[in-house]
Design a protein around this ligand. Structure first.
Ligand code: NAP
Length: 268
């Protein structure tokens, strides 16, 4: 994306975010940037003000745009948000001096096929396949066309390395250093009895793995697909194929960005 001095600012409706956006806009204008009132797909940068949830919402609302993105954190400690509101001046100095790197992260893509059509869903953190209305579900899980298990339980969560610290971690999955690109399949309340056998820990797969999930016939109308918290309800789902997308989310990183520092601060 060429540097054309157009910047998108997207913020949630908390007073802190609105005030932060007002200050940021004033500073950008003083630096001769144009701040668009509507989302501009030709912009050189998108700045999202809020927490991790707001950051994910921007990607979903605008279709995972091919524009570098950075978050200013007005929520809890954010994994996607690089800048604190009191560091805006420092951030702008670094941005203007081009003292940053761009991390390209592949989201996960699901092709959800029903008896009538196929629909796509995308997740930066994860895609969850679970029982609708709290039903236990039974799923056949294939990796690269090999059946690896018949799962029974609440559902399964397929996470990117980036999403490993989110719902995946709360569900007993492992934290993955973002320098390693993997897919992680984490069971949600797996049933292990005389009748049903499911893996009880996460399974880690290579970045090019293709995962296929088929619900048992009688559960075709009882599953829901959730991508980064967004629910997709469809009838007669016969299979879901998941793999890392070729799309890239371009995260702008400043010099002092430290993944493990955030992990320790948030979880220990
Ligand atoms: P949300 O309220 O926007 O987010 C729920 C929590 O997940 C927030 O504390 C959020 O951090 C945190 N989070 C999101 N992405 C993260 C990441 N990559 N690493 C560490 N923490 C992260 O909820 P939502 O809009 O429904 O869904 C968005 C995301 O929430 C989903 O992608 C899912 O991963 C996560 N979620 C977690 C659980 C759980 O842990 N039991 C359940 C449902 C959904 P901030 O406070 O910084 O926003």
């Amino acid at each position: 994306m060429a540097l054309n001095k157009i910047i998108n600012i997207i913020y949630n409706d908390s007073k802190f975010s609105v005030d932060t956006a007002t200050y940021l806009k004033k500073r950008l204008i003083s630096l001769n940037y144009h701040v668009s009132d509507t989302f501009d797909y030709t912009a050189e940068l998108t700045i999202c003000i809020g927490g991790d949830g707001s950051f994910l919402k921007v990607l979903h609302d605008y279709g995972f745009p091919d524009i570098p993105i950075i978050g200013i954190n007005t929520g809890h400690l954010g994994f996607f948000t690089e800048v604190d509101p009191d560091q805006i001046d420092e951030f702008l100095d670094q941005y203007v001096a081009q003292e940053y790197t761009i991390d390209e992260i592949n989201p996960i893509e699901a092709i959800i096929c029903t008896r009538n059509s196929c629909i796509e869903a995308m997740g930066l953190n994860e895609i969850v396949i679970k029982g609708d209305k709290s039903r236990t579900i039974h799923l056949d899980i294939y990796v690269d066309n090999h059946l690896i298990q018949r799962f029974s339980g609440d559902g399964i969560l397929i996470s990117t390395s980036t999403g490993s610290t989110a719902y995946n971690y709360s569900s007993g999955g492992s934290i993955v250093d973002p320098r390693i690109d993997v897919l992680q399949v984490t069971p949600l309340a797996p049933i292990n009895t005389n009748a049903y056998r499911s893996f009880t820990s996460s399974v880690i797969l290579p970045a090019d793995a293709v995962i296929k999930v088929s619900p048992e016939y009688r559960f075709e109308n009882s599953i829901v697909i959730v991508s980064d918290g967004v629910e997709h309800h469809h009838d007669a789902i016969i299979e879901v194929v998941l793999e890392l997308s070729e799309l890239k989310v371009k995260m702008l990183r400043l010099k002092n960005s430290e993944f493990w520092k955030k992990v320790i601060e948030k979880f220990l």
